[in-house]
Design a protein around this ligand. Structure first.
Ligand code: AMP
Ligand code: GLY
Length: 423
């Protein structure tokens, strides 16, 4: 079959890398893709939210499977766009319906969903401009630090964790009255601050049955020791050592099963990934958030650990055989280290020539912010590429990636050398 992947990051390169190995895959397109995806498939210069152009491509190239990388097109309803058009209904879209995408697109919707279906999560209340005073009062009942979340999508920046009551009130006012995040913060969820260890669990579902993918932990801060500004993610490890069978069974019982059951009960069409962000204290998991897509860079460690044919799993989602498709995970540890542009996550330069590809040994390279210019591969974003390695333990996997991180060369290159330090 011909497959189209939407997106342009390391996540999408990892999908493309895996799907291109499937004997079921005839032609692979990535829109818009990056310099790496073009090596395993064909980049097409179409934006992820340009549904009409995507439709044209699918018809002219006889695409029968679309894998949606980022949340934006999902929240904008790409699943429904394909599902409601008679000429496109034969195409399987891996990603939830618009209603399902609200699990990520609206913090309030996802909190309501969790409370309704008895899924453990932080206590919360939500407020608008008209209830700002009540918001202040609610903050006074909580203890520091405070957690304020813009209801809508805010490019990953919509969560504030102020340390003092004063700052919390000021931030709440900025979000609601001064529209700090535009429309996204016209409603704000304030919630109890959870303590513990954060990790992510990933599920692939056809809306009824599900498969639990490997767990992963990402490292969001720019600096070593988890210090400094937040980024999209500087590296990841899979599996997370304390995620044993006993713990996963607990997550499955308390969180995954009620989530799938909730989707069924609410008639939410959901064929895709669920990324469950957890906070774990004393072995008890609570949901921090749902994302309706895979994580980046978590995908760069989760996907390589899947031994089975991913496209066959997706095909099963499309034809109703998903629950019977075999599903094998590698026992090895995978680590990925993100090489970023100097200055990121603040301002940085683009267009730096990248060299050293031929010297890479024993790792898999997933491009993120790269582009081909005059036959050269140059940087085109803050996160430039992820270097993934396998090992018998975290140290071995990380060290292999570190050795190769030295060989890739571009002006301003920066990466964390301590990925996995806390595990
Ligand atoms: P989110 O966008 O919901 O993932 O939030 C971004 C980050 O804020 C999370 O990865 C957590 O580190 C932190 N966070 C969010 N909600 C809470 C909470 N209730 N308690 C503690 N930390 C939180
Ligand atoms: N690495 C976190 C995310 O993809 O949201």
């Amino acid at each position: 079959m011909n497959v189209l992947i939407l997106g342009s990051g390391g996540r999408e390169h990892a999908f493309a890398w895996k799907i291109s190995q499937s004997s079921l895959c005839k032609k692979l397109f990535i829109a818009p893709g990056n310099a790496g995806t073009n090596q395993v498939g064909n980049n097409v210069n179409i934006g992820v939210n340009d549904f009409e152009k995507i439709k044209e491509l699918c018809i002219s190239e006889q695409v029968s499977m679309i894998v949606v990388g980022p949340e934006d097109p999902l929240v904008n309803g790409i699943y429904d766009f394909f599902n409601e058009d008679a000429s496109l209904q034969h195409i399987t879209v891996i990603g939830p319906s618009k209603k399902g995408a609200r699990l990520e697109g609206s913090k309030e919707f996802s909190k309501k969903f969790m409370i309704k279906h008895n899924i453990p999560t932080a206590a919360y209340q939500s407020f608008t401009k008209d209830t700002l005073e009540e918001g202040y009062q609610f903050l006074e009942t909580l203890s520091a630090p405070y957690v304020l979340k813009a209801d809508g999508l805010a490019a990953g920046k919509g969560v504030l964790i102020p340390e003092t009551l004063e700052e919390a009130k000021e931030s709440l006012k900025e979000m609601l009255a001064d529209a700090k995040f535009g429309d996204a913060s016209s409603k704000v969820v304030i919630e109890e601050h959870l303590k513990g260890i954060e990790l992510s669990v990933f599920v692939l579902t056809d809306g009824v049955s599900y498969k639990i993918l490997p767990s992963a932990k990402d490292y969001k801060r720019i600096g070593e020791g988890d210090k400094g500004l937040n980024t999209g993610g500087m590296g990841a490890i899979s599996p997370v050592p304390f995620v044993d069978r006993f713990f996963i069974e607990k997550v499955e019982r308390e969180i995954i099963k009620p989530t799938i059951k909730g989707l069924v009960e609410e008639n939410i069409d959901y064929k895709g990934f669920i990324f469950i962000g957890l906070m774990v204290e004393n072995g008890n998991p609570k949901v921090i958030e749902y994302n309706v897509r895979m994580g980046d860079p978590e995908t760069e460690v989760v996907i390589p650990r899947i031994k089975s044919d991913l496209l066959n799993l997706f095909k099963g989602i499309g034809n109703g055989s998903f629950s019977e498709v075999d599903f094998d995970i590698s026992e090895e540890v995978a680590a990925t280290i993100m090489l970023v542009s100097g200055g990121y996550p603040e301002s940085y330069e683009k267009g730096m020539e990248i060299n050293g590809f031929d010297e890479l040994e024993g790792s898999i390279l997933f491009h993120s912010g790269t582009i081909t210019k005059d036959d050269k591969i140059v940087t085109n974003g803050g996160r430039v590429m992820a270097i993934t390695s396998f090992g018998q333990d975290i140290n071995k996997a990380v060290n292999k990636s570190l050795q190769n991180a030295e060989k890739i060369d571009f002006k301003g290159k920066y990466y964390r050398k301590d990925i996995g330090f806390d595990l």
